[in-house]
Each structure stands twice: as C-alpha cells, then as structure tokens.
Design a binder for this molecule. Structure first.
Ligand code: AMP
Length: 439
C-alpha cells in the first residue's frame, strides 16, 4: 500500500528513507492510510458490496469500534488466537475494559439481542463494511487494522439454505469485484452432540503425536484448534488426524448434505476440506473459506454459529455469516481494467486573470454547483501560463477564461479546447451555454 511519505516532498524534494523516518510520524505498525489515488477503487468496491447486499436483501448495520472485552472472550472463545494474542485492549478512566473489535459477528449478535432485533421478521439479514483490529505480526495480506465486509443471517430456522446463501452472496461479491479463479473450501464441524465424540478421537490421536508447545497446552481445552496450527511439526501430523466427517451425527450429516445440494443447484464449485475448523469458537456445522488460486490466504471465511447468542447469555438462535478482508481483495484486483482511470474528470476548467476575477470566480463556481456541474479550477495559482498548463493536463473539453476586461463587461471567454475557437459569452448565460455544448 502507498506510503504517505512518498507523497509529501520536504523542502520541495522527496526525503530519503532515513530522513523520512526522522522527519515525520509513522502510522502505527500494520495500519495504513487509504490515499486519494486509491479512493475511487475503494468507492467502487463499496458500491458493488451495497448492490449485492441490496439484491440479496441485507440491511446495513454499524456497531461501535470498541466493545466490552468480555463480549469477545465469551463469544470468540478464550482459547483462540484472537482472544489470547491479538486483541487491542484498553482500560477506560471509569475502569471498563474495552477491546478494539477484532471481528464483527459477536458485536452484531450483541446488537441483535440488546436492541430487540429478534422481534423483527426473521431471519434478519444484516451486512457491514467496517474496520477491525488484530495485533498480528504485520506481513503481506495480514494487517493490524483492516476492513471487513460481512453478511450475517440471524434468527429463523437452522435451515441449510442460509448456510448456502452466506456462501453464494460472498462468492457473487468476489466475482463482481473481479477476483478470478475462486475456490470454496467447505467442511462441517458438527454440533455439541457429535463434536464430543470427535474431540475425544482428536485428543487420542494428538496425544500420540509430537506437536508444538501451544498445541500441547490447548489439546485438552480446545483440540479442534490443533487442526488450525501453522507450525511445521503440527502441519506434518495433520493429514493423518481423524476426519470430523466420520463423526457427524445424522442430523448434522443431513444438514451438510443439503448445504452442498444447494450449492450444486447454483453450480457453485467447492471442495471438501475435512480439516477446516476456523479460528473462532462460535461456529457449528458448516464452516468455509474462499480463496483465489495461487494464494493461500483466505479472502473470505464464515460458517454457521447457532450457539453464539446462547454464549452471550440469550437462548440458542440459528445464524450463519461470512466476512471478507477488503485489503486482501484489493491487492488482487487493483490492476483490473475496471479500476483504472476511475476519477471522473470535470469537463470545464476555469482560468482567472487578476484579483477581481479570482473573487468573482468563487460565485461563478457556486452557479455551476447549483446545476450540479463539476468545474475544475486552480484559483491558488495566479500565473496564466501555469493555469493553462494545468488545463491542458486535465484535458477538459471547455476552458473558461476570466480576464479583467471580461469581468468589467460581465462576460467570460469560452474556449473549445479541441478546436481552439473562443467566443465571449455573457456571465449570466455561461452555465446554460456550457450545459448546451456538453450535451
Ligand atoms: P476471520 O474473521 O478471521 O474469519 O477473517 C475474515 C476475513 O478477514 C479473512 O478471510 C481475511 O480475508 C480477512 N483477514 C483476517 N485477518 C486479517 C488480517 N490480519 N489482515 C487482513 N485481512 C485479514
């Protein structure tokens, strides 16, 4: 991502790397600015997200950036990387312990319960596009602040249709933003009933293997986590670990089969990955990740989380959801033609000559604004040649040249930048004249 130090010359020149570091504050590690040049691309991606959400009937929700830290300890799980290692936690002057949200599903369910959203027609389909914070080791595709687009379907029945719909909505979004060669990996991690048997089988298996220190510690408390471990030693023993699919109860098996049938119905390709467990405790049954070929960092991940509402003190509430990391997506699609030359260029360039016209230009700009016609100006530059140079660069088809004489006569020169032909137009008619010509 671009670095603002490269954009701001010091004393008219770009500072060297060492000077740059000494001369300016740096953004916090793993956190970035979204600079003006990138905004058109971000806006386009937001627009696609909004259109997808609207099409599939998701309504937007926004929760606070800070939440009570217990929400994540209870919701995401105590023995998870997010809670054990990655939360930014602060204590308020009043003594409250708050966390910068490391994910948004638990906050959305908190809001659903707190604000009585369960009284609306169910299931409730919600989406968000907001920043999240994780104290991870910064590297390509892994940041400490990043933006997530998430879709959640909460309430109603624990219907496999909704598991499939969570995958479909994100898959369509990724297609629409031009990520190619998408791959969905999917698994079922069962329910409270069948997971008991599976946990036992996992513990029995891993007890006989050599695993890393973290995994030795979490084996009894959270053995599913071992399947997620990136340590080389743990990765070597994973392929022979028991598969959860052999332990699923009949209800979970049927649920999973139906999810896959719904995906088949819309020809959405997927592959089964019996070792996919996901790093958060609240999932049950379906879990999935979406990748693009050649990239082993997931672009989006999600699953069913029927127990989360209960973990937060309410009754069990069926729910499924998915979240994508927008930075990872942008890194992949930023060179796609649809994201090039996104800035809409104003078709009119206003050039002024002298102090009087500079002042009058301001009210002229307001006239153009009333007609919603963007107009480009460099009123801060008084040199005519500098303004003409800029006008030529912008390539606006029309230039308005406002000279002293014209101001005095209440006229302005309208120049067709393609033909070079110019004529004097009364100030009171210039907006309509420009409008007519651009039509
Ligand atoms: P999760 O909430 O862990 O299921 O992550 C959902 C999505 O967020 C992932 O599939 C990634 O695309 C993205 N993501 C997770 N962690 C990071 C990170 N540290 N930096 C950038 N994107 C991330």
């Amino acid at each position: 991502m671009a670095d603002i130090q490269k954009e701001i010359p010091k004393n008219g020149r770009t500072p060297s790397k060492r000077e740059g570091k000494a001369a300016f504050f740096q953004s916090p590690k793993g956190m970035h600015d979204i600079l003006p040049a990138d905004w058109p691309m971000w806006e386009k991606i937001y627009k696609i997200a909004r259109e997808i959400a609207e099409f599939y009937n998701f309504s937007r929700i926004e929760t606070p950036i800070l939440e009570n830290v217990d929400l994540f300890i209870r919701g995401v799980g105590e023995v998870t990387d997010i809670v054990e290692k990655e939360m930014f936690v602060l204590k308020t002057k009043g003594g409250d312990k708050l966390a910068l949200r490391p994910e948004i599903t638990a906050p959305v369910v908190r809001s659903y319960l707190q604000r009585g959203l369960h009284r609306l027609p169910q299931p409730l389909k919600l989406y968000y596009i907001d920043p999240v914070f994780r104290h991870e080791k910064p590297q390509a595709g892994r940041y400490r602040q990043f933006n997530q687009l998430g879709f959640e379907i909460i309430g109603g029945e624990s219907d496999p249709l909704y598991d499939a719909q969570s995958i479909i909505v994100m898959y369509r979004f990724l297609e629409d933003v031009k990520v190619k060669n998408l791959m969905v990996q999917i698994n079922s991690i069962g329910c409270r009933v069948c997971r008991v048997t599976y946990r036992r089988r996992l513990i029995d298996y891993y007890k006989k293997q050599k695993v890393c220190r973290d995994c030795t510690r979490r084996l009894e408390k959270n053995p599913l986590r071992l399947l997620d471990c990136k340590n080389a030693m743990c990765a070597t023993v994973k392929p022979n670990a028991p598969s959860i699919l052999d332990s699923l109860c009949t209800v979970c098996k049927t649920h999973f089969k139906e999810v896959l049938e719904f995906l088949d119905e819309v020809n959405l390709p997927y592959s089964l990955n019996p070792y996919l467990v996901r790093g958060l405790d609240y999932y049950n049954r379906t879990v999935f990740e979406i990748f693009t070929e050649g990239n082993d960092l997931a672009l989006a991940s999600g699953g069913r989380y029927d127990y989360l509402a209960e973990m937060l003190g309410s009754r069990p509430t069926p729910a499924t959801g998915v979240a994508a990391g927008l930075e990872r997506i942008i890194e992949i699609v930023r060179n796609e033609p649809v994201y090039q030359n996104q800035r809409t260029k104003p078709k009119v360039f206003l050039i002024h000559v002298g102090e009087v016209t500079k002042k009058k230009s301001l009210s002229l700009i307001e006239e153009f604004r009333k007609e919603n016609m963007p107009i480009f100006e460099t009123l801060g530059k008084d040199s005519l040649s500098a303004q003409l140079e800029r006008a030529a660069k912008i390539k606006s088809p029309i230039a308005l040249i406002f000279g002293q004489k014209e101001a005095y006569e209440e006229n302005i020169i309208l120049r067709d930048m393609e033909t070079g032909v110019q004529e004097s137009v009364p100030l009171s008619k210039v907006v309509q004249e420009v409008k007519r010509r651009l039509r």
